[in-house]
Design a protein around this ligand. Structure first.
Ligand code: ADP
Ligand code: NA
Length: 343
């Protein structure tokens, strides 16, 4: 039986937010806690991906430490999984080039994320106005290939991601399959998507978009380090509608439904149970309840963050140790790939 290898990544592009927590980190922790002895889990701080979003060098350094601290504070345990910076394992870039050479541009142009990201960065109104000449950098266009390399480098069998990443996982499987066929050797297993149970968390400013670190609007997301006052302000400011009462309807009431989703994810209540509890509330009353739930659940994490902030030496050791172990596997697999393609 094939050994189970799980890989996932988070970009050090800012402080992780509720979407990252409910849509990824929380699930990473439970996968880690339920893993079998032989399963290998790798969680990478994908700093090479962060370069696709303009950012200064100091900020990037800072984000990497912050993101690591937050992962640990949320319960990621370096004794159970490898946590490391992507750029410290050079085989990610090397395999990425190999895969670039067999990935049709047509496959990449069908991906939707580069469009949403350019739209955000350049504040372009309509997604229809975006095409390959709208100031698109090669890195942003090709980053799904780097993502495929991240996953395939470890011969990963499982990848837990939010539904925003399903398209990229499909691409990863297509690339792996093409490689295996081309060289008539099954080097890469086709990795399975582990879809995170939580629904996508939406932007508080514009619930037609996902909550994201890369949005320039700070009040569109709740960062895991936000104070109770900031959380309250942001939730009160969240775009909802003027319909009376609380009901769950993601299509017609995306703003209020997003708040119900957040409440439901933190408490474990179903969306119906949340609606039943609050259906006669006005928006303001319901927002106060959501604020309370978020503040209460973030409190222990924030306490742990404060503690870890004073232990930068330990954080750096964790990353170094993770990179050493990841490098061992990565080098061995890259060597195999190079041999297969004649390098
Ligand atoms: P961001 O898009 O905010 O920069 P990342 O690309 O670093 O976040 O994503 C890290 C993980 O968080 C991925 O598994 C992704 O699916 C998940 N994720 C990101 N945004 C959200 C969201 N709004 N809701 C749910 N999951 C999300
Ligand atoms: Na993303």
């Amino acid at each position: 039986k094939q050994k189970r290898i799980t890989f996932s990544g988070i970009q050090p592009t800012g402080i992780p937010h509720l979407g990252n927590y409910l849509g990824a980190i929380k699930n990473w922790v439970s996968l880690q806690n339920n893993k079998s002895e032989s399963e290998l889990i790798l969680y990478s701080i994908v700093d090479l991906h962060a370069l696709t979003i303009p950012k200064d060098a100091k900020m990037l350094q800072k984000s990497k430490i912050e993101t690591t601290i937050i992962l640990l504070a949320c319960g990621i345990n370096p004794k159970k999984c490898l946590i490391f910076e992507q750029s410290k394992v050079s085989a990610h870039s090397e395999l990425s080039w190999v895969l670039n050479c067999i990935t049709p541009i047509g496959w990449l142009s069908r991906m939707t994320q580069w469009k949403t990201k350019i739209q955000e960065q350049k504040n372009i109104h309509s997604i229809e106005d975006i095409n390959m000449s709208t100031g698109l950098d090669l890195g942003l266009f090709a980053y799904p290939v780097l993502q495929a390399a991240d996953i395939l480098l470890y011969k990963s069998t499982h990848v837990p991601v939010g539904d925003d990443q399903v398209q990229h996982l499909e691409l990863t499987r297509n690339i792996a399959e093409k490689f295996n066929k081309l060289y008539k050797k099954s080097v890469f297993p086709l990795p399975q998507t582990i879809l995170v149970p939580a629904k996508r968390i939406l932007s508080l400013k514009d619930p037609s978009k996902k909550m994201s670190k890369s949005s320039p609007f700070e009040f569109s997301r709740i960062s895991l380090t936000d104070s109770p006052e900031e959380i309250s302000q942001k939730i009160n400011r969240a775009i909802t509608d003027s319909q009376k009462g609380i009901s769950y309807s993601p299509d017609t009431r995306p703003g209020i439904s997003n708040l119900i989703t957040i409440y439901s994810n933190f408490t474990g209540l179903t969306t119906e149970q949340v609606v039943n509890k609050y259906k006669d509330n006005d928006n303001k009353m319901f927002k106060d309840s959501v604020t309370e739930i978020v503040v209460t659940h973030l409190q222990p994490i924030q306490k742990e963050i404060e503690k870890l902030k004073k232990e930068e030496g330990y954080i750096k050791d964790v990353l170094k140790d993770g990179a050493n172990k990841a490098n061992e596997i990565a080098e061995k697999n890259l060597k195999e790939v190079y041999a297969v393609i004649g390098l």
